[in-house]
Design a binder for this molecule. Structure first.
Ligand SMILES: Nc1ncnc2c1ncn2[C@@H]1O[C@H](COP(=O)(O)OP(=O)(O)OP(=O)(O)O)[C@@H](O)[C@H]1O
Ligand SMILES: [Mg+2]
Length: 398
């Protein structure tokens, strides 16, 4: 395997994830899933592997819907994806195709689909899903919708009502059809979209029937195995056997960074001259974190705070700075006390809510003893460096 940071891997190159996929499969037997994770942890590849390992009598449909712009367009794609699974004997399939040819529409994969009038998309979606029940060869229909929150964000900008109706319609379909399951995932947290819609009068809880499951970094053994495999396949050698595990640990077990590190090593011909030691690895990691070219796309962690926290961005940055600059984990009370120094008028409850949101957005992790730290050391290191923070040896705040 060649390093391929950010690209699409072959199924045989997607390492680990077996127990997660087994858990997803058994959960899908009961209910739909919200797959949550920090960006770049490997969500899309979990979906790919899930699809590859699904039982034969499941119709598993995966689509990246992040760029779709309206509910009717979304339904067009759902129809195109469902079309091959609709029972050929039923009229619905012919009717759908006939409508596309009569009215004109978009050719998507095997079928030309009508441009659904705005009011008809719900009906057509409902009818199509109902028709699946007629296909006895299918035990489950599982939609894996990658980047669904981005689609909703685009729709909500021009037509918040339609975004609300789409969420509600999908929920209603999940309640009505025993065969149907959905997996939502994406690099943007759905909670931000729902929060935005609530500010515009939305009162429903559109995903409270779905089980939230986190895609964590790779297990240490799998991450170290990935480093070892990338070394072996690309003719690199390690000065000591523990190098693989140490590298995996320093990269928080995130495969995206592992691919980047090996890719950077291969660019330097000196990497082949002698076995690589820890110094060679740390030089590459430091460059990935510190380079102004932003090769690991870490800039995003600061940029997105504007969209995520809006008017409360300064307070969010203050919390992030406090936790990043501390050499140890801190109690929530300490974190808030330190951040509050610059914003004394902000109420305690708002600080608590922001801290929770930063945890939900995978910046922070709360440990069993209740103390807070950064979830990922790579992000913490970048944050400290980028914002020019001094690391403070922390004891209790006075
Ligand atoms: N299981 C894996 N084994 C090996 N490499 C992986 C694995 N999962 C992810 N990667 C690597 O990490 C990169 C990012 O993975 P992926 O696109 O699945 O992440 P993501 O969480 O969907 O990202 P985003 O939040 O940007 O959508 C891949 O291009 C690949 O280099
Ligand atoms: Mg993805």
């Amino acid at each position: 395997m060649k390093p391929n940071p950010g690209g699409i891997l072959q199924i045989s190159d997607i390492v680990g994830r077996d127990s997660l996929i087994a858990y997803l499969q058994s959960t899908i037997e009961q209910q739909s899933i919200l797959l949550v994770a920090e960006r770049r942890t490997g969500k899309t590849h979990v979906l790919e592997k899930f699809r590859a390992m699904a039982p034969d009598n499941w119709a598993v449909i995966k689509r990246d819907i992040g760029a779709l712009r309206s509910a009717p367009e979304f339904v067009q794609y759902v129809m195109a994806d469902l079309y091959p699974h609709l029972e050929a004997k039923t009229n619905f399939r012919n009717w759908l195709q006939g409508l596309g040819e009569q009215l004109g529409g978009a050719q998507i994969g095997p079928v030309k689909l009508p441009n659904f009038a705005p009011k008809r998309w719900k009906q057509i979606l409902g009818d199509a899903i109902a028709h699946l029940d007629e296909n006895n060869a299918i035990e489950r229909v599982v939609f894996l919708w990658d980047e669904l929150p981005w689609m909703l964000e685009i729709i909500a900008k021009s037509n918040p009502q339609e975004a609300m109706e789409l969420l509600d319609t999908l929920r209603a379909l999940r309640q009505q059809h025993a065969k149907l399951r959905m997996v939502f995932t994406g690099s943007l947290g759905l909670h931000h979209i729902v929060r935005g819609l609530k500010e515009q009068g939305y009162n429903n809880t559109p995903v409270n029937d779905m089980l939230a499951i986190e895609v964590k970094p790779l297990a240490l053994a799998d991450a170290a195995g990935l480093v070892a495999r990338l070394f072996a396949d690309n003719k690199l050698s390690a000065a000591a056997p523990e190098l693989f595990e140490d590298t995996a640990k320093a990269l928080d077990g995130i495969p995206f960074y592992i691919h980047h590190v090996v890719s950077a090593l291969l660019k330097n011909s000196a990497s082949y001259a002698q076995p690589l030691d820890w110094q060679a690895i740390t030089a590459v990691i430091d460059h990935g974190i510190h380079s102004s070219d932003n090769p690991w796309d870490l800039q995003h962690y600061e940029e997105r705070t504007l969209a995520y926290y809006g008017k409360q961005r300064p307070e969010a940055l203050a919390l992030l700075d406090v936790v990043a600059s501390s050499s140890t984990n801190l109690s929530i009370a300490d974190v808030i006390k330190r951040a509050k120094a610059a914003y004394p008028l902000v109420e305690q409850q708002q600080w608590i809510e922001l801290t929770r949101l930063l945890e939900r957005d995978h910046y922070f992790q709360r440990h069993a003893d209740g103390e807070l730290g950064f979830k990922f050391t790579v992000v913490k290191r970048w944050w400290v460096w980028h914002r020019g923070l001094e690391t403070v040896q922390t004891g209790p705040a006075t």
